[in-house]
Design a protein around this ligand. Structure first.
Ligand code: ACO
Length: 405
């Protein structure tokens, strides 16, 4: 390895930290995680209290503005969001260009990026009013886009937003209503999804949020920056884990269920197998992910309310968790269930197809992404993100004519 100081003339401390294991890339006042204690706070409020006492839009308001809204502020914010739930009619023609079997995350990456082509009036990132309206637009339109992507994939007509419903009830209706019958969203389903949204709303500098910050640091518009976040979230080590986790449970169930769990866990512990226990482990939590506890409770409630209390996948997940929490492999590495371990079972019970799980995560995380982006842009001293490298290639050499190579 060459002498980096000679190459780059670096004067300060130059660190090499692949995977950003111990590098803070920014200051932020939004979300706090204590990975050892298993604690998560949005703007100082414990996630358990928010999930129990607030709805998703109140949580969005908190994450964006720093304080919980009073009744008047809440009513005003709800109104602002519901006024922006429609998307430009032209967007459906863009959507119709996709294959029907396209992955919803491919569709969503395209649609969110395309929003910047429709909302030219809010793209001046130097103006706080433009940043605010873009944030509202993104939060309001994501459910409409996710539901449109779903309806398109199953060949059903799009269902337009109905703005006298709550944010989450409106999403449930756009997903499951058809023009053939009256549709009233089930309260238990709405509450469970609302909780999933709250638990996924922000998580400090995870891969997709860091992507949004890095992308946004070039001064690009917020729709483009959030589209980059959607693309990053798609990966199986991040947002794609909920889809991968449910697929794992389904395959395990098909192979014999609880009876073959022991054999499966041996494979997980064998590093050569390439098999991981999806929904387990986290870069920051070295204790139980507090969101996983809340999600397990929601899972029980939803399954009971829908008459699915004997759901074999839930039993399988509980058994995997029981074995893992007493197995030295997992104990020594501090591997605990993360939020995705149970969220897939809840979504499946609600009737959401597995391929849409990550898109639902993106819908919820949009709040965190846009709040983090706004925090960065509002800082008068923010800089374009530009990591350095440890160069391991050739020293200077001469190009030979092609006949001599
Ligand atoms: N199953 C089996 N072993 C695991 C698992 C797992 N799920 N996760 C980590 N390990 C092992 C690793 O093999 C490694 O073992 P070693 O020290 O003997 O080599 C050790 O635990 C540390 O793992 P790393 O991959 O180095 O930890 P890292 O912090 O880089 O990765 C990650 C965290 C990506 C979440 C990892 O735990 C994982 O792949 N989990 C499964 C996927 C998943 O559930 N992702 C969701 C993350 S949460 C979210 O995005 C909402």
């Amino acid at each position: 390895v060459m002498d980096i100081r000679k190459l780059y003339g670096a004067t300060g401390m130059f660190t090499f930290d692949p995977g950003f294991m111990s590098t803070a890339a920014c200051e932020s006042a939004i979300t706090y995680i204590d990975g050892d204690k298993g604690e998560l706070l949005y703007r100082g409020y414990p996630i358990e209290q928010l999930a129990t006492n607030c709805d998703f839009l109140e949580t969005c308001y908190l994450i964006l503005n720093g304080e919980l809204p009073n009744a008047e502020q809440k009513a005003d914010f709800d109104k602002q969001v519901t006024q922006h739930t429609m998307v430009n009619e032209q967007l459906q023609f863009f959507l119709r260009g996709f294959r029907r079997d396209a992955h919803p995350m491919a569709v969503l990456t395209g649609l969110v990026g395309a929003l910047s082509a429709f909302y030219h009036d809010s793209l001046d990132i130097t103006k706080a009013s433009h940043r605010h309206i873009s944030a509202i637009r993104l939060i309001a339109k994501l459910p409409t886009l996710v539901a449109m992507a779903y309806k398109y994939s199953i060949g059903q007509p799009f269902v337009y937003p109905k703005n006298d419903l709550s944010y989450t009830a409106n999403f449930v209706r756009m997903m499951f209503a058809t023009p053939c019958e009256d549709y009233v969203p089930n309260d238990v389903v709405v509450r469970a999804l609302d909780r999933i949204f709250i638990l996924h709303a922000d998580h400090e500098q995870n891969a997709s949020t860091s992507t949004v910050r890095l992308c946004g640091s070039s001064g690009t518009n917020p729709f483009a920056a959030i589209a980059a976040g959607v693309a990053c979230l798609w990966g199986p080590a991040h947002g794609g884990a909920n889809e991968a986790c449910l697929q794992m449970l389904e395959e395990l169930q098909a192979a014999g269920g609880v009876a073959v769990v022991g054999e499966f866990m041996e494979k997980v512990k064998d590093k050569n197998s390439g098999v991981r226990l999806m929904g387990f482990g986290h870069r920051v939590y070295k204790n139980y992910d507090p969101r996983a506890k809340l999600m397990q409770e929601t899972c029980k409630e939803v399954l009971e309310a829908l008459g699915l209390e004997n759901d074999p996948l839930f039993k399988l997940a509980m058994e995997l968790e029981r074995i893992a929490l007493s197995d030295p492999y997992f104990v020594q590495r501090k591997l605990y269930p993360n939020v995705d371990f149970y969220s897939g079972i809840v979504q499946r019970a609600i009737g959401i197809p597995t391929s849409l799980f990550t898109a639902i995560f993106a819908l919820a995380r949009t709040t965190g992404w846009i709040a983090q982006w706004n925090e960065m842009i509002s800082d008068p001293d923010y800089k374009i993100g530009r990591p350095r490298q440890l160069f391991t290639g050739h020293e200077t050499r001469d190009v030979k004519p092609v006949a001599q190579r």
